[in-house]
Design a protein. Structure first.
Lengths: 417, 63
């Protein structure tokens, strides 16, 4: 009798999981269920090139749609269809149509959704960037005369601010607690990136929280009305026709409630990406919280583009081995990597620089990152990450090699869960 | 032997392919991609990985 693996989530994580299940020798059914109506697509352009010039909806999708490996045959795609509940003991899922779907193995790949800024005020004119529709809607409101306020100075906030400024918008970047990309990159490089953003005309506001969304007079009633800007904690008002909220993400795990899992920040997994407390269930992508065997420290989610592919390569063979009663193969320790493009300047990183306790400058001047700089990130004296800005990719490859050679601390996999 | 094609209008010199499949792809000192258009079948796994990790999907496996 044919057995079935269901993949909940039909974005890049769902696609890579399906491909890796076939590569791991799973010949029975694979059903991928996802609430978006589009086939899997590539999200990094949503805050960059695609936001600048998406073209028609069809053009936009064509530009970002992900190709499926030719060896990944016979995948059943159930798009526009969300999983709303799971009974892991009975191995059944409930879909938003009310249908029940039985599985033998389950892959959790439901990803993230944007966190919203939890303060009162009107809703229209406020945007997030996660889905294709978000980018199309935001692009439609950006004109060269727009005043844009971006809340949050992480990767997406900085990229969106740079894209809007390049379109001619007058942009205010409200940084919040840390400077631009400070958490992953550290204070010194962050300060240099702020200078870079300011040179391109972006007004950076440091260290002030948003307390209220302002309304266009006469449009606001509770839960509706047009946003006219934001008020900051010191009372300052920032006028804006368009507000972009880029204050991080929340894992989509509510559908897993009631199964006794640790869902406090995504789905908690072991180093095989097997979900703790459930049999024949794995997680892939940025919804998975798993031990970082290279950097050490507690299990964590990794919200980088490479995570779906990295985790699928570990999770799929583990799931297939479990279902076939085989020995689960020794997992690789993936090397995290990330990049961002700001005003055509590329910043690339490897490892886990966010976990560093010491940062060392290797090349250039981090206060002028656009001229080329490289930094090393250490934790307990061991190199755990490297970041380059405006350097050719071969420099990044060189530093990656050094991080790789610094190895994996002994016993890290046991200590990390 | 198998053949690949890199769409140079898409390639943005991220260098991820050179990490996944160093026998086929490399970045030169100017940070630009150089690659072997044909490769031995034994390298198919690493080339497929390079295709996966290309952020702009610029690498195409030919028949």
């Amino acid at each position: 009798m044919s057995r079935r693996i269901v993949i909940a989530g039909a974005s890049m994580g769902g696609l890579r999981a399906a491909e890796q299940l076939r590569a791991a020798g799973w010949e029975d059914e694979i059903v991928v269920v996802g609430d978006e109506t589009h086939p899997p697509y590539n999200r990094p352009p949503l805050s960059k090139d695609l936001l600048a010039a998406p073209g028609s909806r069809e053009d936009a999708l064509a530009a970002v749609q992900l190709r499926q490996r030719r060896t990944a045959t016979d995948i059943q795609w159930r798009l526009g269809c969300a999983v709303t509940a799971a009974d892991l003991a009975a191995r059944t899922l409930t879909l938003d149509s009310g249908e029940e779907l039985v599985y033998d193995g389950l892959v959790i790949a439901t990803g993230l959704r944007p966190r919203r800024v939890p303060v009162p005020g009107p809703t229209a004119g406020r945007h997030v960037i996660r889905r294709l529709e978000d980018t199309l809607a935001l692009h439609g409101e950006l004109t060269s005369r727009s005043k844009v306020a971006v809340i949050g100075a992480g990767f997406i906030g900085c990229e969106a601010a740079a894209t809007a400024a390049a379109l001619g918008c007058k942009v205010t970047l409200i940084e919040g607690a840390g400077g631009p990309m400070e958490r992953p990159l550290g204070h010194e490089l962050s300060a240099g990136i702020r200078t870079f953003l300011q040179t391109h005309g972006i007004d950076c506001v440091a260290g002030k929280r948003v307390t209220e969304f302002l309304d266009v007079p006469g449009t606001y009633t509770e839960g509706s009305g047009r946003c006219a800007g934001v008020r900051l904690e010191d009372g300052t008002e920032v006028a804006a026709d368009v507000v972009i909220e880029a204050v991080g993400s929340l894992p989509n795990v509510e559908w897993l409630a009631g199964n006794g899992l640790d869902l406090s920040d995504g789905a908690l997994c072991n180093e095989h990406l097997q979900v703790l407390g459930a049999e024949h269930v794995v997680a892939v992508g940025d919804v998975a919280r798993y031990p970082d065997r290279r950097a050490g420290g507690p299990a964590r989610r990794v919200e980088h583009w490479a995570t779906p592919a990295d985790t699928a390569k570990i999770a799929a063979p583990a799931l297939v081995a479990g279902l076939k009663g085989d020995v689960v193969p020794q997992p690789a320790a993936p090397m995290p990597s990330f990049w961002t493009d700001i005003f055509k300047t590329r910043i690339q990183g490897v490892g886990s620089p966010a976990l560093a306790d010491t940062i060392e400058v290797l090349e250039g001047d981090p206060s002028r990152p656009w001229e080329g700089t490289a930094l090393a990130y250490y934790r307990d004296g061991r190199l755990i990450g490297a970041v380059t800005a405006a350097l050719p990719a071969d420099r990044q490859l060189h530093y990656r090699k050094l991080v790789n050679e610094s190895g994996i601390p002994a016993g890290a996999d046991l200590a990390a869960v | 032997m198998k053949t690949i094609d890199v769409d140079r209008t898409l390639c943005d010199n991220h260098g991820q392919c050179a990490i996944a499949a160093p026998d086929v792809f490399r970045m030169n000192a100017d940070g630009e991609l150089e690659y072997e258009a044909t490769f031995d079948d034994a390298l198919l796994d690493e080339v497929e990985e390079a295709i996966d990790v290309c952020p702009v999907q610029a690498i195409f496996l030919k028949d």
